[in-house]
Design a protein around this ligand. Structure first.
Ligand code: ADP
Length: 550
């Protein structure tokens, strides 16, 4: 960690470490009776308050101590968004151990790799994942015990999982008398692995300080804009970059928390939105497709839902328009990554934009947004030289800030910083007002005749066609141009469109040479563990594809 010089005159403010436990203490003391509602794995709805959550987190902290978990030890979870998972967020990190959320959508072998790499000491899991845990438990070298997150009567009669314990039983045996310990705010608090689309997953190890600062910044009005008057339903999973920090930023503001559990289909999410008067939500574009299809097919409206943050992959402008124009829901487009805790930018307007015509405002909102305070960014060419902020010149996007990694856990991949900046692997433009727009991930860019074609634009245009549900664009081999764009399309149920119609749809919307050479229709696109379209899988699938233009 970089040391900085000390001034001969230091400030005279209290020295109090920024610790995660302070968030749940605050939520209990000042918003104690505000609710946390969860749809459980069991199917029923569970409700309690921040006060109850704090009490049970303290009991769990005692339980962890009893199991021998010490400061710095890693404790893993494989769980949906729910109240027990939230208790663990506070019990594990609050007591000084490291909360390691594992993505249950990964392959069992990959999960075992991650648990071994992290040297997890215990692993908590929702009962949905019992068969999954049975599949990899024997391969975990450091895990001393597995804890099923359920009541005593739900425990399996027999299981081959070694040292299997019951969450509620463990809690019951422990007192709620517990003082959250004080320690250095730079201590590790939680660990998330990147999805590892290329190579093995790598861990981003957050600190208490980085997490608390990220929570403050992300709750601000031009970011997630969460307040004590909101009812917040994080659709983004708690195993995907800590649900974008919502398990911290929501209790910090005192808003009501609503957890969807495993039921992420359009109908279940919609019902919970209405029943719990949800005002704000967050998730990747693919999950909103399900909700919008359900709401559209059943001619429904949202009574309280006002705002959603969409990120993780580019939010198609067509989705933004549907939310705003048909349902009166404001969409904030956000960008970030696991390595950034994750929030980097959010797209909202400023006062000098207010008189602009609607299409101009919309064009600004479609970008990934401006940096939130705490994050700095720049774009550079391959020579590392900074490029201008003109909204046109694109380059490699670099970031820095107190909640951005300086290296991966156990120094995997070695020195990753370039002159103190983290290279995101994204290609972007930044305009004169500081709004950043992602052109593509550098590995997805299509290289055609020595020039670059960004696939996000091509996909967004296709998804604005009324017959298109989802689209992905990839570069395929071309003898003259190296690569040319192939558009892979999933049609909306019952809708029809031809390849020629789609190619014509691009006319006047982009430079002619960007137009896809061909269109192919598929039933579904491959979706990865974090709900994103797997471009590498599509590239693999169409490796031998011969374009009609070759
Ligand atoms: P991974 O997919 O590697 O597990 P993340 O979930 O951290 O990890 O993904 C980060 C990447 O997702 C970014 O580098 C960027 O390519 C992409 N991404 C995130 N938000 C957006 C967005 N709003 N628009 C376009 N791409 C995005």
């Amino acid at each position: 960690m970089t040391e900085f010089p000390k001034s001969p005159l230091m400030g005279q403010m209290m020295s109090q470490p920024l610790l995660i436990s302070s968030i749940i203490k605050h939520a209990d003391r000042y918003y104690g009776s505000n609710e946390i509602v969860s749809r459980r794995v069991e199917g029923d709805i569970h409700r309690y308050t921040y006060r109850d959550c704090h009490k049970r987190s303290r009991q769990m902290a005692n339980a962890l101590g009893g199991l021998g978990v010490k400061i710095g030890d890693r404790v893993a979870t494989l769980a949906w968004n729910g109240y027990r998972h939230l208790e663990l967020y506070y019990a594990i990190s609050g007591s000084g151990a490291v909360m390691h959320t594992i993505n249950p959508r990964l392959h069992p072998e990959q999960i075992a790799y991650i648990a071994n790499h992290a040297e997890d000491m215990y692993l908590f899991f929702d009962m949905t994942f019992l068969p999954l845990v049975e599949a990899f438990a024997a391969h975990c070298k450091t895990v001393k015990g597995f804890i099923a997150m359920c009541d005593k009567d739900r425990m399996p009669a027999e299981s081959k999982i070694p040292n299997l314990m019951c969450y509620e039983e463990l809690l019951e045996k422990n007192s709620d008398q517990y003082e959250w310990p004080l320690f250095d705010e730079n201590s590790a608090s939680s660990l998330c692995y990147t999805s590892g689309t290329t190579g093995n997953p790598k861990g981003a190890l957050y600190s208490h300080r980085s997490t608390v600062l990220h929570s403050y910044a992300s709750a601000m009005p031009d970011a997630l804009n969460v307040s004590a008057r909101d009812s917040v339903l994080p659709v983004v999973p708690m195993f995907h970059v800590n649900a974008w920090g919502l398990p911290y930023s929501v209790p910090l503001t005192g808003a009501k928390l609503v957890f969807p559990g495993p039921a992420l289909d359009g109908k279940s999410v919609y019902e919970l939105f209405e029943q719990e008067k949800v005002t704000f939500s967050a998730g990747v574009p693919t999950v909103w497709l399900g909700l919008l299809t359900y709401v559209g097919q059943n001619n429904l409206k949202f009574s309280t839902f006002k705002r959603t943050v969409i990120g993780g992959s580019a939010c198609p402008p067509a989705m933004m328009k549907t939310f705003r124009q048909q349902y009166g829901v404001e969409v904030v487009h956000a960008w970030g990554m696991t390595e950034m805790s994750p929030l980097g930018t959010a797209g909202t307007l400023q006062s000098h934009h207010m008189d602009l015509p609607e299409e101009k405002k919309q064009a600004i909102l479609e970008k990934q947004g401006h940096a939130i305070y705490g994050v700095d960014m720049k774009i550079v060419g391959d020579d590392g030289k900074e490029l201008p902020w003109d909204g046109k010149t694109y380059g490699n996007l670099l970031v820095k800030g107190p909640w951005i990694i300086s290296s991966y856990f156990k120094n995997e991949a070695g020195d990753v910083l370039q002159d103190g900046w983290f290279p995101t692997g994204d290609v972007a433009t930044i305009d004169a007002d500081g709004y950043m727009q992602i052109t593509d991930r550098s590995k997805d860019v299509i290289k055609s005749g020595g020039e670059w074609i960004g696939t996000i634009d091509l996909e967004n245009i296709a998804m604005a066609h009324p017959a298109v549900q989802q689209a992905a664009c990839i570069g395929v081999f071309h003898p003259k141009w190296d690569e040319r764009p192939l558009l892979v399309v999933v049609k909306k149920p019952g809708a029809e469109v031809t390849k020629e119609e789609l190619i014509k749809f691009y006319e006047g919307k982009i430079a002619k040479w960007w137009t896809p050479d061909d269109v192919t229709f598929v039933d579904a696109l491959p979706i990865g563990a974090t709900g994103k379209v797997l471009k590498n899988r599509i590239r693999e699938q169409f490796k031998e594809y011969r374009l009609p233009t070759t």
